[in-house]
Design a protein around this ligand. Sequence first.
Ligand SMILES: C[S@@+](CC[C@H](N)C(=O)[O-])C[C@H]1O[C@@H](n2cnc3c(N)ncnc32)[C@H](O)[C@@H]1O
Length: 221
Amino acid sequence: MISKLSNCSQPARACRPRPIRATGSNGTHSIPPSRNSIETGSGGSTSRCAPRRRGGILSIGCGGGADFQIAPHRFTGSTVVLVDLDRQALVLAEERLSRYCDVHIVCGDVRRAIRQVQDEGPFDVVVCGCLSDYLDDRTIISVLGELRCRLLRVGGSIVFTNIAAGNPFRVWMEAIADWKLVHRSEPELRKIATAAGFDRLDFSVRRDPTGLTHLVELSVP
Ligand SMILES: C[S@@+](CC[C@H](N)C(=O)[O-])C[C@H]1O[C@@H](n2cnc3c(N)ncnc32)[C@H](O)[C@@H]1O
C-alpha cells in the first residue's frame, strides 16, 4: 500500500515522507488477490527529516498486522493504534508489533472505534488495508469524514486500498469461494473522497503491482 510512515516531527508540509511501495501478496494475476502489504520504500532507515518524535499511526481493520509485517522495525518508537472487530487478530497484531513500538489495541466496529481512539490522535497516518472492500459507500464516507475532521493531523494522510472494478477473478471468488467484496472504480473512489470532504487535489490513486487493487492516498494539507 502507499505509505507515508516516515516518523518525523516536523510540520508535515515541510517533511514530505518517502513513498512506500505496495506489494500484492500474489505478485501476479495468476491467482485471486488476497490482500496487500505495506512495504517501506527503498533506502535506509532514516527519513529526510530527522526523527525527533515518532509518528502516530492508526490502523483500522488491521487484522493480524500484515500491513506492517514486511518491515516492522521501521515503526520503532512510533505509537500505533490498532482497530479491528476481531480480537484474536488484534492480539496477534499486537504481539507482532509491540517489540518495535508502543501499541494500543481497540476491538470494535470502525464506526464506534474511531470515536474511542480520537483522544489518542491526532495521527500522522491512518492505514486501512482492505477494509473498504467490506463497507458500503455511506459508511466509508462517514468514516473518512471523521478521520479528516477529528483524527488526522494537518499534513497527515489516509492510505487505503480497494479492490478494483473489473477484477477478472470476481466470478470465481464469489461463486466458488463465496468471497464477496465491494469492487470500485477510480471515479467511484474519487466521488467517495469528495463526499467525505477531501479536495480533489488531495486525492491520489494508483494500482498495486498485481493491478487488481487501488491504492488510494488522501491528504489533509
Ligand atoms: C481483509 S482483512 C485486512 C487485514 C489487514 N489490513 C491486511 O491487509 O492484512 C479486513 C479486516 O477488517 C476487519 N473488519 C471488517 N469489518 C470491520 C469493521 N466494520 N470494523 C472494524 N474492523 C472490521 C476484519 O476483522 C479484518 O481483520
